[in-house]
Design a protein around this ligand. Sequence first.
Ligand SMILES: [Zn+2]
Length: 84
Amino acid sequence: MRMMDCRDVLANLSCYVNGDGSAELRKTLEEHIAHCRPCRVVFDTTGKTLRIVLDVEPFEVPLAVSARLYARLERVLAEETPVP
Ligand SMILES: [Zn+2]
């Protein structure tokens, strides 16, 4: 299985938080997050927020939340990764 990059993780994060996705997908996500600090930061903070949102609206992941996820990741990555 190919390596997941940070955007793949975020693209699947709502599935993961929602309890969807294959066991393999979930395992791959967990392994990436365990070794990737930016994703762990996003997951720890926004994952909890998403979980709360999903409890209220179980059938819809608000687009605004996804957009904020990406914005946050971009910012974390920009801080973590030196610009070449
Ligand atoms: Zn990552």
